[in-house]
Design a protein around this ligand. Structure first.
Ligand SMILES: Cc1cc2nc3c(=O)[nH]c(=O)nc-3n(C[C@H](O)[C@H](O)[C@H](O)COP(=O)(O)OP(=O)(O)OC[C@H]3O[C@@H](n4cnc5c(N)ncnc54)[C@H](O)[C@@H]3O)c2cc1C
Length: 456
């Protein structure tokens, strides 16, 4: 991105303590979206201040390190071929990744080969010959589908229309839950599933050495090197506006920070709290129809891995998944293991968190017997939003999600996993890049001159 010419005519305000603030863009939130946007903006020549309310940046992509074990907040994989990989490449963020293999399916306490290639489809005893022919045909037809044309069709309906055989339907439902991070298959748009499966046919999923903190640290360092100022432990209380113009932000400590533009890179519920009633109204309508992808996560660090033969397991009998990422990535001390398990939930059919935890323990018991005796640390996260706003059929898939300019207010943009196209971190990265590009255009002196002429 080219550096833009700063508009020196514009008035800069002082904060209440008389501290001069001369900031082009304030970013609220230091997750992947906020950090990536900070990099693009600072490299584009904007002065940037990013405020993160937590003690350290990263949001849902943070990794906790305990005695050499790196635990992400629930299982995280980089889905290559999407916006996350693209943005990391553009910004020069380095990471070391590994492709998981040896995937199994658990059915009635037996483990079977997962049919993730033609040879494994032929080999697996999970399905009979007719099942294999049907599943093979469905996968062969995937590449010809146009995901957007399925935006108003649910994943459930798509599976019912494609698969006749009960075992194939059961397999596809299980596989779909893992891919869309939700058990609400009657509401999630088939667009998401088909787009994701098409990507994964061509691009591997990757586990990262050091966990996702590597991405967070890399983005933070790149943003700071480009001149962005990142403050942690600072909560933004409100976006300050004069009429339809952004003036800056008010921090929870009462300080006022003037800025020409504000980028909100939080979850939707946090975003709406920052705005006055008029500006929040457009977002309110999105919130009313919003369905998050809720997951229950049980993450364990073990002195060793009980069963090396089955590191990655899909449970055919329920929306549950297990992955011993340490089998592939450097995230545990020598000999140690990190296992992530999760259950995809259906917010319209609430479950008891204690029961969810017991189910995940049950999965560990069956796949990794003896894990309790080897336990170093366990973390149960009962309700994590894997995706803040799922592309559902009622909103027309991705097209119905808010765009970076959804507030309708100039120089007040949005980024995050609920904005625009892309699933999971891909949406965060995609919207961060789009918002940064737009802000750099809006902040260029030519644009400001034009915009101000229109306002007068
Ligand atoms: C269990 C789980 C598994 C996942 N697995 C994958 C995966 O395999 N692959 C993948 O691509 N994605 C995955 N994701 C999704 C991925 O983690 C998120 O898409 C991504 O981290 C979201 O980044 P974000 O910056 O958009 O939002 P967040 O990470 O939510 O960041 C928002 C930040 O804003 C801060 N904030 C909020 N309000 C304020 C305020 N008022 N003032 C200051 N700061 C504020 C928050 O503290 C937070 O740090 C997973 C998510 C979960 C929960």
């Amino acid at each position: 991105m080219d550096k833009y010419a700063l508009n020196t005519d514009e008035e800069h305000t002082m904060d209440e303590n008389g501290v001069h603030t001369d900031t082009d863009v304030v970013i609220v939130g230091g997750g992947l979206a906020g950090l990536a946007a900070a990099c693009y903006l600072a490299r584009g020549g904007a002065s940037v201040r990013l405020y993160e309310k937590a003690a350290r940046p990263g949001g849902r992509a943070a990794t906790t390190v305990f005695e050499g074990y790196h635990l992400n907040l629930g299982a995280h994989a980089l889905y290559s071929g999407g916006a996350t990989e693209e943005v990391l490449r553009e910004l020069g963020i380095a990471y070391v990744s590994h492709r998981p293999t040896d995937i199994s399916v658990l059915r009635e306490d037996r483990l079977y080969q997962f049919p993730d290639s033609i040879s494994n489809l032929l080999r697996t005893k999970l399905l009979d010959l007719r099942d294999k022919l049907e599943l093979g045909r469905i996968f062969a037809q995937l590449t010809g589908l146009k995901p957007a044309s399925l935006a108003r069709m649910s994943v459930s309906d798509w599976i019912a229309a494609r698969a006749r055989r009960p075992r194939v339907q059961q397999f596809l439902r299980m596989f779909a839950c893992t891919n869309v991070y939700s058990a609400a298959l009657d509401q999630v748009s088939a667009e998401v599933l088909i787009h994701k499966l098409q990507l994964s046919l061509k691009h591997p999923i990757l586990y990262l050495d050091g966990g996702w903190q590597v991405l967070v640290d890399g983005l933070r360092q790149a943003a700071e090197q480009a001149g962005a100022q990142i403050s942690t432990g600072v909560r933004v209380e409100a976006v300050e506006q004069r009429g339809r113009r952004v003036q800056g932000v008010r921090l929870a400590n009462g300080h006022y920070v003037a800025a020409r533009a504000v980028l909100i890179a939080t979850t939707p519920r946090e975003a709406i709290k920052l705005l006055d009633a008029v500006s929040a109204a457009p977002l309110g309508s999105y919130l009313a129809t919003m369905l998050p992808a809720e997951i229950a996560c049980l993450d364990v660090a073990l002195r060793s891995l009980p069963d090396h033969a089955h590191p990655v397991v899909q449970d055919l009998e329920g929306p549950r998944f297990l992955t011993a990422q340490s089998r592939y990535a450097q995230i545990a001390p020598a000999g140690g293991a990190v296992i992530h398990t999760f259950k995809q939930l259906d917010p319209h059919h609430p479950s008891d968190p204690r029961e969810d935890e017991r189910e995940l323990e049950g999965l560990l018991n069956r796949v990794q017997p003896g894990w309790r005796e080897l336990l170093v640390r366990r973390v149960f996260l009962p309700r994590m939003d894997g995706v803040s706003m799922l592309p559902t059929t009622n909103i027309g898939g991705y097209a119905g999600r808010p765009k970076v300019q959804a507030t309708g207010i100039e120089r007040l943009l949005l980024a995050g996993d609920w904005i625009g196209e892309g699933f999971l971190a891909d949406a965060s990265m995609n919207s961060a890049r789009q918002a940064a590009q737009l802000l750099l255009q809006q902040l260029s002196s030519r644009h400001i001159a034009r915009a101000e002429a229109v306002l007068q």
